[in-house]
Design a binder for this molecule. Structure first.
Ligand SMILES: *[C@@H]1O[C@H](CO)[C@@H](O)[C@H](O)[C@H]1NC(C)=O
Ligand SMILES: *[C@@H]1O[C@H](CO)[C@@H](O)[C@H](O)[C@H]1NC(C)=O
Ligand SMILES: *[C@@H]1O[C@H](CO)[C@@H](O)[C@H](O)[C@H]1NC(C)=O
Length: 284
């Protein structure tokens, strides 16, 4: 069976704790030069006039943030920004790296909601199941953007540790995964639109439409059709079928528990929001 995975989601930038793994970032930028040119449905433009409101596109690393940016740029022709500067992305279709104002459609972030309440007016929260997100980011860290980490990377053990570095990594990433989503759903004052990565993959058109509705953007059917026809981008590759699963039963259990807690917060958030909208509509 051939099923695709979109590698573009692995194109996470230099930031925070990842920096130490990422000294070879410039090598990854070289790799981009081998890529074929991106084809855009329409010429990319800056938002004009700039919006006074900035919308965050928040996600845990490895969750498809760059892919959603790509789809939004295809559908609207408007550039998307980022709180990071990824030079590789900047020369390959994302000219607004390191732009965080209203001249872009949305602004990528992997951070918790900012303390300053005026930074973002609203947020898209892109959630991928932690098992795949953590593995995608581990692969990126260990093998750059297009490969997968070798088996040995999962076995490596630092001298002072009982368990493999991978198992510490999974535990700490899982905690970070849960807390990122919890913070955006409970501490961010503006409206949050949740997008599940898995739904974006399985039903790209209507999930993308939901995002555009949240952004108050209207696109023509032709624009949407074009975006969908190019949805796989240039970073598509066949996923290798590996008979190797790096997750242990204990890790699966921890993942399930964290995931269920976050899904419950999402469900709470959405029911509250529905009630608010209903009340609002009634007043109207
Ligand atoms: C990012 O943008 C800020 C201000 O807009 C600028 O000061 C900074 O140098 C830029 N960073 C990079 C890496 O280009
Ligand atoms: C979309 O429009 C609604 C209603 O006018 C407004 O409250 C909301 O802030 C807008 N959202 C964005 C992202 O501009
Ligand atoms: C939302 O409304 C439903 C039914 O009207 C109610 O059961 C639920 O408790 C409400 N949720 C909140 C958070 O108010």
């Amino acid at each position: 069976m051939i099923y695709f995975s979109i590698i573009i989601f692995m194109l996470s930038p230099l930031h925070g704790v990842k920096d130490s793994f990422y000294e070879h970032g410039s090598i990854n930028s070289f790799a981009y030069r081998q890529l074929p040119a991106l084809h855009w449905c329409q010429g990319l433009q800056w938002r004009s006039p700039p919006s006074p409101y900035v919308v965050a596109l928040a996600s845990f690393p490895g969750s498809g943030n760059t892919w959603l940016r790509y789809l939004l740029q295809q559908a609207t022709g408007i550039v998307t920004g980022s709180i990071y500067m990824d030079y590789g992305l900047r020369v390959h279709g994302f000219p607004a790296e390191n732009v965080t104002d209203g001249s872009v459609l949305v602004v990528k972030t992997h951070e918790a909601p900012p303390i300053s309440p005026n930074k973002f007016k609203s947020a898209l929260l892109l959630i991928r199941n932690p098992k795949d997100a953590i593995l995608a980011d581990f692969n990126r860290v260990h093998k750059g953007h297009i490969g997968t980490a070798p088996k040995s990377a999962f076995k490596k053990k630092s001298y002072n540790r009982e368990e493999s570095d991978w198992s510490y990594y999974v535990a700490s990433q899982l905690t970070a995964w849960e807390s990122l989503h919890r913070l955006w759903l409970t501490r961010f004052p503006g409206p949050v639109h949740v997008v599940f990565y898995e739904t974006l993959v399985s039903d790209t058109r209507s999930t993308l439409q939901g995002v555009l509705d949240f952004l108050n953007r209207t696109v023509s059917e032709a624009e949407m059709n074009c975006a969908i026809s190019l949805k796989e981008g240039i970073y598509r590759r066949k996923k290798k079928i590996k008979n190797f699963d790096p997750y242990t039963p204990e890790m699966y259990k921890a993942i399930r528990i964290a995931r269920d807690r976050v899904f419950n917060i999402v469900a709470d958030y959405q029911s509250k929001r529905t009630n608010t909208t209903r009340r609002y509509n009634n007043i109207d």
